[in-house]
Design a protein around this ligand. Structure first.
Ligand code: PEP
Ligand code: MG
Length: 958
């Protein structure tokens, strides 16, 4: 049967068969047993046909073996909806049952192997067991679900046919790799078994074919890896035997062991199974395969994989796929080798292959950072043909995927094999450069380019760099690989646990390790920077750190890490735990002491890229800024105005201010309060002037005083507080005591705060509004374009807002007449109490704009105190009760619905209503996407997150 036709039948396509003699009939095909296809005549009786019987040539003419000529017209069914789900997908030799769009089912690795094979690259044939099968396995009490093993064997048979080699057959031995691969890459977190299929008989066959030393080296590696990964026997038990043997034989390197040494080692390794497990090594290759598949499925649920998913907020996946593939060997001598590469430099984005290569090695040696590999360029000299093909493949893959790719390959006896390709993890700088370059190269358009940079990538570009790298030259003590750029300054720790403990104490830790392992992810995540003595640019530390945008220097051969003594030796210098060091992840420099950092700037490629994002997005991005300095930063980062100026933050700017505030709080009579407010007015006015000037031409939304007043009181024990307040206010101790008692609240966040203050003390609102309009008129007289918006906090009823709106308008009138000048302004409100959202139509009659305060709105919708949520949130997240911290990622189902409802109701009552959001969610990409889709006019976020919000807004528009 022609491959195409067989494939289509297996994919449950509908085949319309036209009988040679004019009998035109519709047939449906179903897969029956191993090689039987049931061809059901749609209007007639079902007729089973053996696969081999159906001969259909490429031009569509074929025959049934029993002599009946047929013409086949193949029409794929638009909805193939199988009766049972397909769980095993084969690939290789120019054809595949999967493709790159099937990541959720086949995992990233499986989908891309299928894709590479189908576009004609040489991929060792194999099969992928789906993530759904993994899910079934987990639900089935960790047993292979019914029928899966038979499907696997069937897939294996097809691979064996392709290869002309068979699992367990000593005369034509087929060895397999068994690897995990989830839909989202989780580097090093799950298990892999290589060289599967070896036993005493097969190894003899392999030796006859490929040499004794190679065969027994592969066998001992397999026994070790299979024991460790599948049978739970510690790798160190095998390592011990190896070291002993090397000592006995008087050799240093594994490569110096002879074939007969390795044979001896194999026997010793087999005895490890009996010593550790009380059972023999399972020599049946099919049994090995079954156990390895189960081990990979099990590794989905290992504690390190769970931790990695939780740190990276990876949720909603079905499980890991399992990729079973014919082994190819990079360790067959000097015409073989293995390597990893990025099609462009993953740190800088430079358009040049960037990778590492090891002659006579297996892939795991490179990825695990066990041997420090050489630059990829060395391959060009020693294997020119394979190198040429590799370069061509990289170009094909970049054009095909329209992305920078991360590739693993092996050369076996000068023949190139592609083992993996995926979108390359990259730094923020690299992501932006590649997006801009690929537009210039004509590979993608600007709308596609917008999706090539993750909003979090920008975070890295917006983080500080060293102020002056030339100033610390004499403090550079070592140099490693620039594995993940940026600058890090912190105190040295030597274990991931210590990094977590130090971080919990509010310290900046730099994690220094010989090499990192997946168990270290918790500590790596909280560390300010990572320094490793071993491992290349693709070592575990490098890959993980780059993904997080965390500064990392890897492969720093100049240092020796002594975990036991908690010291790191650099030449004759000894650095102890807790000492400060600085890392430059862009140059690989390790620098003594705390080096000063400077803020980043938006320029070059980033500026070009952001201009594309701005053209595409519809929602505006404003900033939360309380000082003229913040306002300048916001503007430099592209803010289109200030969406929230929290006036209370200005009160902490100096001793005089806070003293005046305390006088105002402690005041008992109206006169006392007014006197204190008079002191505050000039401070507020000058701050507003600075902000208006910084935001010349753009709107500035100023919120009236919001927090509970006790937040302005000094901290400490009561005696200390009273002492300070008597000094600040000139009141007697007794008066201070009685006032403090009156101010104290059981639940301040639901207490005397927000508009309740301005309603109870109208003179407070009056002072703030007066300061705003005086500043506005003054600046406007100097030619600055002013668009002030006054925002009333924490209202729950239209009456509350009405009260404040009237007051604000009265004061505005007074100030304009006093100053002989007037200007336009808006009055609006925050929506942060659920009741306000529910009666938004009534509120909109009083408000010209709404700004959702999603911090308080989340607090009050969930009933979680913003200040106390930390006590139970980690438990909720670890138990899966919540998927995200709702104060970080907007709860779209609850809080989000209140936002949608209030927006609709508000706009129905006042069509010109301007609607935005100014809670922390305004800078969180998935929340920004929600706000944009909900039709809000703007988001407002911290000045540093403005570019992130701009990009997220553009991405949702694309
Ligand atoms: C909010 O509640 O979302 C808000 C912006 O106000 P604050 O955080 O100052 O309470
Ligand atoms: Mg609030």
């Amino acid at each position: 049967m022609s491959a195409t036709v067989k494939d289509m039948i297996i994919a449950r396509s509908r085949v319309a068969l036209k009988h040679k003699y004019g009998d035109q009939s519709q047939f449906d095909t179903q897969r029956g047993g191993r090689s039987t296809v049931h061809v059901n005549r749609l209007a007639g009786r079902a007729r089973p046909v053996r696969c081999q019987e159906l001969q259909i040539s490429a031009n569509g003419f074929g025959n049934l073996k029993q002599g009946k000529q047929l013409q086949a017209i193949l029409t794929p069914v638009s909805d193939p909806a199988p009766t049972t789900k397909k769980r095993v997908f084969t690939f290789g030799k120019g054809k595949s049952e999967g493709n790159k769009g099937m990541k959720s089912l086949l995992g990233g690795k499986g989908a891309n192997l299928a894709e590479m094979a189908s576009i004609g690259l040489s991929v060792p044939p194999g099969l992928t067991i789906s993530t759904e099968a993994c899910q079934e396995y987990q639900l089935n009490g960790k047993k292979l679900p019914d029928g899966l093993w038979e499907e696997i064997l069937e897939g294996l048979e097809s691979v064996e046919e392709d290869m002309g080699a068979f699992l367990g057959d000593p005369s034509k031995p087929l060895l397999l790799s068994v690897r995990s691969g989830a839909a989202i890459s989780m580097p090093g977190m799950m298990d892999t078994v290589l060289n599967l299929g070896l036993n005493d008989e097969v190894v003899a066959g392999l030796a006859a074919k490929s040499g004794e030393r190679f065969a027994y080296d592969s066998y001992r590696r397999f026994l070790d890896m299979f024991g460790d990964v599948v049978m739970g026997i510690s790798h160190s038990l095998f390592e011990e035997k190896l070291e002993n043997l090397k000592n006995v034989k008087g050799v240093k390197l594994d490569t110096e062991l002879t074939a007969s040494d390795l044979k001896e080692l194999v026997e010793q390794y087999k005895s490890v199974y009996i010593e550790a497990r009380g059972e023999n090594f399972p020599s049946d290759p099919k049994k090995q395969l079954q156990l390895a598949i189960k081990a990979v499925f099990d590794s989905w649920d290992s504690s390190r994989a769970i931790k990695y998913r939780s740190i990276n907020q990876i949720t909603g996946l079905k499980g890991t796929a399992v990729n079973i593939q014919c082994m190819v060997f990079g360790n067959m001598g000097n015409t073989s080798g293995t390597g990893v590469l990025f099609t462009r430099n993953p740190s800088t984005g430079e358009k040049k292959l960037y990778g590492e290569f090891l002659i006579n090695a297996q892939g795991e040696d490179v990825v695990a950072g066990i041997r420090t590999p050489e630059h990829l360029d060395t391959m060009e000299n020693c294997m020119p043909d394979a190198y040429k093909e590799l370069v061509e493949n990289c170009e094909i893959l970049e054009r095909h995927y329209k992305d920078m790719m991360d590739i693993e390959f092996t050369v076996q006896d000068n023949r190139l094999w592609m083992l993996q390709c995926r979108s390359g993890k990259r730094t923020g700088k690299c992501a932006v450069k590649i997006a801009v370059d690929m537009v210039n190269e004509g590979l993608v358009d600007t709308r596609t380019a917008i999706k090539m940079v993750e909003p979090q990538h920008l975070d890295q570009l917006l983080h500080p760099q060293f102020e002056d790298p030339s100033a610390y030259k004499d403090k550079v003590v070592a140099k490693g690989l620039p594995a993940s750029p940026g600058a890090a300054v912190g105190q040295v720790v030597f274990s991931a646990d210590d990094a977590e403990a130090w971080h919990a104490q509010g310290k900046s830790a730099i994690l220094v390790r010989t090499e990192t392992s997946p168990e270290d992810v918790g500590g790596m995540h909280v560390a300010t920077g990572i320094l490793t003595a071993r491992g290349g640019m693709t070592s575990h530390a490098a890959v993980v750190a780059r993904g997080w945008g965390k500064c990392c220097v890897s492969g720093c051969a100049d240092i020796r890490v002594n975990d036991a003594e908690k010291v790191v030796l650099v030449g004759d210098k000894v650095i102890h735990e807790g000492e400060w060091i600085s890392l430059n992840g862009s140059t690989g420099e390790v620098i003594l002491g705390k080096q000063p950092l400077s803020p980043p700037a938006l320029s070059g490629d980033l500026e070009i890229f952001m201009s594309w994002a701005d053209k595409i997005r519809r929602i505006k991005v404003m900033a939360n800024a309380d000082t003229p300095e913040d306002a300048f930063t916001a503007r430099n980062n592209g803010a289109e105005g200030i969406g929230l100026c929290r006036t209370e933050h200005m009160f902490f700017a100096s001793d005089e201010r806070i003293k005046a505030v305390r006088k105002m709080i402690m005041a008992v009579t109206l006169e006392q309060r007014k006197a204190a407010l008079d002191l505050l007015l000039p401070y507020q006015r000058s701050d507003f002037e600075g902000i208006f000037r910084a935001m010349d031409g753009l709107p500035v939304t100023i919120r009236l005083l919001d927090p509970p007043l006790h937040e302005f009181l000094p901290e400490g024990d009561l005696e200390h507080i009273v002492h300070e307040l008597t000094a600040d206010t000139g009141m007697t101790e007794d008066d201070v005591y009685s006032r403090i008692e009156k101010l104290s609240e059981v639940n301040p966040m639901l207490g005397f705060r927000g508009c309740r203050l301005g309603i109870s003390y109208p003179e407070l609102t009056e002072m703030q509004v007066r300061a705003i309009f005086q500043a506005a008129v003054n600046m406007s007289n100097q030619g600055v374009k002013i668009f002030p918006e006054i925002m009333v906090p924490l209202i729950g009823t239209p009456q509350e807002l009405g009260h404040q709106v009237r007051l604000i308008r009265d004061v505005a009138k007074k100030v304009f007449s006093e100053m002989g000048s007037s200007l336009g302004y808006k009055v609006g409100t925050m929506i942060e109490i659920p009741r306000a959202a529910l009666v938004a139509d009534e509120i909109a009659k009083e408000a010209e704009f709404f700004s959702f305060g999603t911090n308080d709105l989340t607090q009050m919708t969930f009933g979680y105190s913003r200040d106390d949520v930390g006590k139970f949130l980690p438990i909720y997240l670890s138990k899966g009760i919540l998927q995200h911290d709702p104060f970080e990622v907007l709860d779209q189902k609850g809080v989000g619905q209140l936002i949608k409802l209030a927006t609709e109701k508000g706009r129905a009552a006042r069509p010109s209503l301007k609607v935005g959001i100014c809670g922390e969610h305004g800078g969180e990409p998935s929340s920004v996407a929600f706000f944009a889709e909900a039709g809000l006019d703007y988001v407002s976020c911290s000045p540093f997150r403005v570019p992130i919000a701009r990009l997220a807004a553009a991405q949702v528009a694309v």
